[in-house]
Ligand binder design. Sequence first.
Ligand code: FRU
Length: 477
Amino acid sequence: MENFDKQKIDEDVRAGFPFNHRWHNNFHLEMPFGLINDPNGLVRHGKDWHIFFQWNPFGVVHKNKCWAYTTTRDFVNYSVPVLAMHPSDEHDKDGCYSGGGFVSKKTVNVVYTCNAKDENGVRTSAQRVGILKDGKVEKDKIIIPGNPEGYTAHFRDPYMFTRKGTHYLVLGAQRADETGCALIYENDKGRWKFRGEIKTDYKNFGYMWECPGIVQFGDIDVMIFSPQGLESEEFKYQNKYQSGYMVGKLSLDSLDFMHGNFEELDYGFDFYAPQVFHSAGRVIMLGWMGMPDCDDDYPTGKEGWRFSLTFPREINLAHGRITSRPMHTLKNLRKNYELFEGREFTDMTEPLYEGTEIKLDLRFGKATKITFTLNYAGEKVLLTYDKSEQTMTIDRSKMKLGGKGIRKFKLFADENFKMHFLIDRTAVEVFMQNGEKVASFFVFPKKDCIPELSITGNKEIESVDCRVWELGKFNFA
Ligand code: FRU
């Protein structure tokens, strides 16, 4: 095990803020060094939103998994992240893996996976609880010592939810036949009893389901999870691994889940392992902006850090589908405002800021194909909407650095088209058609430049209104 000197690590992190490398983002959570991945332990307690996330403080590879920790009240001002938990004993020596948060006896508690491998590389996954005290998790009991029979040791990422006063855990798992699924444990007077698998129609859907979560909207259940091993299709599953959800009704007696199709949560290149907070009827999601096993797509590794979290998203259910929009706290980052309008045009270009929000409302008119181009001093990312095909294509292949390629998906539009862009230094999130579809991706421009946005039609575009805000930065203190 590495020497996890919390005091030194915390000091080094503090010294790394504010960031100065031009690829660091202004309004996406990041660390000055190391590799971050899944958001963990998301919980609101009183006025504070508690955010943990996976972090390797010692390098830009997937090793030494710790939990980093920050809090915020407004999603603008954050505490400087600290090391909250690190591998420390035989149970979690190979990683404090992902898990959830909950409030008990007026304190924030966490539940996480202890990952350990023996000398032959054989894995044990135990689930443990811990209590947050002064920015540090005090590890407590192991509540589930290993995987149940019939499943492999790919058994992790506990997430707690409560129904009618009973606490449950949902965990990601792999059956002995190497197919993915989610398992339920129930708390019975303080002891965690294995209840079984959530019974879904997806019996053979990838080899592992990671980071499951159960959320309720009224009396509708939504199960969120990140399956690995899906074959890519013309309009679906185009990343290495996916994150998505199913909407329906989960019986906690029979564990039958009556549900609709699996739908992806994000159609960009860089989104995985999201988790949600609930607070006063709101469901706020954070995702990891990154992708496992594709490290070469992220050139910040050479500068000493990798990955970000998404901007917080408020998710809702509309007609059986999740819609997403940036959390309302985005307004607190807004600075300058301008309105750009175009009437009966085929091409217009607008300069942007270092951080930009754009809300764009377009009427097609004669145009059937519209391209939104983010131009970084000649390096371009193209988002092309084809109305006759009803598809959106995102093309990063003209960027010199970082991940390239194309993502293509179905998106419905009639006469109007709406896009909501959040454009940070390298992290871009695009909410389309009132959040029906979202795409998150990174761009690593070679030159130090601020992008321009062009809107181009194959024929005359009837009109566009672009409301553009300069966005400020997160503040860490
Ligand atoms: C998802 C994941 C989780 C695991 C964690 C380890 O990205 O693989 O399943 O707990 O990352 O960092």
